[in-house]
Design a binder for this molecule. Structure first.
Ligand code: NAP
Length: 489
């Protein structure tokens, strides 16, 4: 049950609103602030510091100054700080979830889910911090010895999106801390509060000054570019759109930075004629409606065997039409607002374009009158390949259905995109499941599962969905360099 306005204002008041630089909360140089809005009402709920390029460079100086001592700290010490962050997050899950719902719009149960997921990265990497090691081997020709050691990459710059305001930062901060790197984080302008709250917790957990610095800003380009062009920065990890990612890769070229890119997706969701339809519809709801479709992992195209398409689509439309829409803090709400008006306008344009190319609406298809940026859960069928919705990331609660004739056709349709983050497939035939999985051009596959995210697994894409992996054993490698030592013996 939603706790009411009193607690809402308490939670908002408790969040630090300044820039975190060298362990101190500061105003922006020049004193500017940026407003944070509730996308379900359009109301301003808080103001935070609007950082400048000078502030960003001050944050980088703090990170660079802290780097050497942090790299020398004991892995166990780093692990224990991460463990305390995990425990504090779990103990404050209600407050953190409410904060996230207020700034981002997702329902409270989804926000709780994200905080729990986010906290798990701190637990996972608290355990990984003490498992970084190298090797000692006899050179193949005999005589010499080959030694390898792992060392932190150095100061990092992290840029994160609004759709998962806590988890997208946690997936970078936790492994970087475990590896012994310092960092400057720039969260999304629309959702800075969750990151500020997380940074407050990290400081409370005992993270030394300067290891984690946070710069909120309304001028992303002006603030990030000087950081990437500064020789003290050694690594960029970015989560966001492919368009911005491409630009940041270019900027990172100057200092030849280590780069991780978690970019856009256009996930196919394949349903074969032998699939368990109950499980497929359940999985489809998860893969489509988590975060109201505003997820890089959201099923973007439902590719369904033509023999069962009508049955699957009818059941999906029934479930979509029954979703409860409203303010994310209200009881029982499953579908909150989209992040802003341009996001909703883009969803409408994609639906209108598909319909103008002959697709049929089974449910939804329009915005819901305000306040807030709500859009009705939508299913469209008979979507032709030339419709924009078949190739563009929707980022909203819209499920387009396209039919296929056979397995080869399904694979060809699934791979006909420049993206390659994730694919989902439903079949009861294990051999087909593995055969199709191998043929799919994606960094991740949900094999009869509608959600794959797990802090113990390597999350990431191929093609224009980016490179690098977050989570799993692989996640910490993004923050480590391997030094090889040739030993004469
Ligand atoms: P976005 O517009 O690319 O923004 C992401 C971040 O980049 C924000 O912090 C943004 O700041 C910043 N930014 C924007 N322009 C910049 C510039 N010129 N220089 C430096 N930073 C800049 O993406 P979004 O709309 O927030 O997020 C949605 C996208 O993220 C989707 O494409 C989604 O698929 C992708 N995503 C991918 C993953 C993954 O793991 N693969 C996970 C989640 C989301 P402002 O907020 O101030 O604009």
């Amino acid at each position: 049950m939603y706790a009411g306005r009193m607690i809402e204002s308490d939670v908002l008041n408790a969040v630090p609103k300044g820039l975190l630089i060298g362990g101190a909360w500061r105003e922006a140089s020049g004193g500017g602030v940026l407003a944070v809005e509730d996308p379900a009402t359009g109301e301003v709920i808080a103001e935070v510091a609007d950082g400048t390029p000078e502030d960003a460079l001050a944050a980088l100086s703090a990170a660079a100054d802290a780097q050497e001592a942090w790299a020398r700290s004991a892995p166990r010490e780093r692990g224990e700080i991460l463990r305390r962050v995990y425990e504090l997050m779990v103990s404050r899950i209600d407050e953190l979830a409410l904060l996230m719902t207020l700034e981002m719009g997702k329902s409270l149960p989804e926000s709780r889910g994200e905080i729990a997921y986010s906290a798990e990265f701190f637990r996972w990497f608290s355990e990984e911090a003490v498992r970084v090691h190298g090797r000692y081997m006899v050179a193949p020709a005999g005589g010499g010895r080959l030694l390898t050691m792992k060392q932190p990459v150095g100061p990092c710059v992290f840029v994160t999106p609004w759709n998962f305001p806590s988890a997208m930062g946690a997936r970078k901060i936790a492994p970087a801390v475990a590896a012994g790197c310092t960092m400057v984080v720039k969260p999304a302008e629309q959702t800075p509060l969750s990151m500020l709250a997380l940074a407050g917790i990290a400081m409370e957990a005992g993270l030394p000054d300067g290891v984690l610095n946070v710069v909120t800003t309304s001028r992303a380009g002006d603030v990030v570019e000087p950081l990437l062009r500064d020789p003290r920065t050694r690594k960029l990890s970015f989560t966001g759109s492919t368009e911005v990612g491409r630009r940041l890769i270019e900027q990172s070229a100057e200092q030849v930075l280590r780069v991780s890119m978690e970019l856009g997706g256009n996930a196919p969701f394949l349903v074969f004629e032998d699939a368990d339809l109950d499980a497929a519809v359940e999985g489809a709801m998860l893969a489509k409606m988590r975060n109201v479709g505003e997820a890089c992992t959201a099923a973007n195209r439902f590719l369904v065997a033509e023999t069962i398409a009508e049955q699957f689509t009818g059941r999906l439309a029934e479930r979509m039409a029954a979703q409860k829409i409203g303010h994310g803090t209200s009881d029982g709400v499953q579908v909150g607002p989209l992040i802003d008006e341009p996001a909703r306008e883009k969803v409408q344009q994609l639906v209108d374009d598909a319909v103008s190319h002959g697709a049929q609406l089974l449910t939804g298809g329009s915005a819901i009158d305000g306040p807030g940026w709500f859009y009705a859960p939508t299913v469209i069928t008979n979507v032709p390949a030339k419709a924009r919705i078949a190739s563009e990331e929707i980022f909203g609660p819209v499920a387009p259905v396209i039919t296929f004739k056979d397995e080869q056709h399904a694979i060809a349709l699934a791979n006909a995109t420049e993206y390659g983050l994730i694919a989902y497939l439903y079949t009861k035939d294990l051999q087909r499941g593995l055969r199709v999985t191998e043929a799919l051009q994606a960094g991740m596959v949900g094999l009869t599962r509608g959600i794959v995210s797990n802090p113990a697994a390597p999350f990431g894409g191929v093609k224009q969905s980016g490179y690098g992996r977050e989570g799993g054993f692989e996640g910490i490698e993004e923050y480590l360099e391997t030094k090889y030592v040739a030993v004469a013996l």
